[in-house]
Design a protein around this ligand. Structure first.
Ligand SMILES: NC(=O)c1ccc[n+]([C@@H]2O[C@H](COP(=O)([O-])OP(=O)(O)OC[C@H]3O[C@@H](n4cnc5c(N)ncnc54)[C@H](OP(=O)(O)O)[C@@H]3O)[C@@H](O)[C@H]2O)c1
Length: 162
């Protein structure tokens, strides 16, 4: 199982404005890229706060939402869970997926950092005052796999050195 972080960052490496939950500074190109990549992977995991910024579950993908207070599930592609990353990875494997897309926010990126194999980071041409991708408690070394131009953005694909 490959654990893949997908995130959009400002040019100064922030994932969200302080005090504002919804991302309103990323491009249409990034939204389309995110849709394409997460559909290709088929299953996403996010935190409850991030999920609340969506207009319901992402279509054509299994949505796993981490919360300490799991609610009743439904529609069928939406699963609230208090499971932790190792259990969620195991669950995705049991469903037959080979990759799991971790799509935020900061708390959930931080929880999955010990399990991550790859990252796709889209950089937007803007500086914002906001939160970092995740809490870094130790160095994490990366290898650059590819850089893809995306209109005014670019997507950096990294692999984590194990
Ligand atoms: N730029 C990007 O790519 C990107 C991507 C995603 C999100 N974001 C931004 O990130 C921000 C949200 O990030 P965030 O860090 O505040 O919140 P988050 O990670 O989206 O969600 C946090 C919530 O996840 C649940 N959770 C956290 N740890 C858990 C654990 N160990 N077990 C079970 N549930 C757990 C809790 O839900 P309960 O409170 O229900 O227990 C917690 O309140 C938003 O502004 C969003 O727009 C940016």
């Amino acid at each position: 199982m490959q654990v893949v972080i997908i995130a959009v960052l400002s040019a100064n490496g922030k994932i969200a404005r302080f005090g504002s939950s919804k991302i309103d500074w990323n491009s249409k190109d990034d939204l389309e890229w995110f849709k394409r990549k997460t559909k290709e992977i088929g299953i996403v995991v996010c935190g409850r706060k991030t999920f609340e910024t969506f207009n319901g579950p992402l279509k054509d993908r299994i949505n796993i939402v981490m919360t300490h207070n799991p609610k009743k599930n439904g529609p069928e592609n939406l699963i609230y869970t208090s499971d932790q990353p190792d259990q969620i990875i195991h669950f995705a494997e049991k469903l037959g997926y080979t990759r799991l897309a971790v799509i935020g926010g900061r708390e959930v990126f931080t929880l999955f950092m010990n399990f991550v194999d790859e990252l796709y980071l889209t950089y937007e041409p803007i500086f914002i005052d906001g939160m970092d991708l995740f809490d870094v408690s130790k160095d994490i070394k990366l290898n650059l796999v590819n850089i893809e131009m995306l209109g005014e953005d670019f997507v950096v694909h990294y692999r984590v050195q194990k």
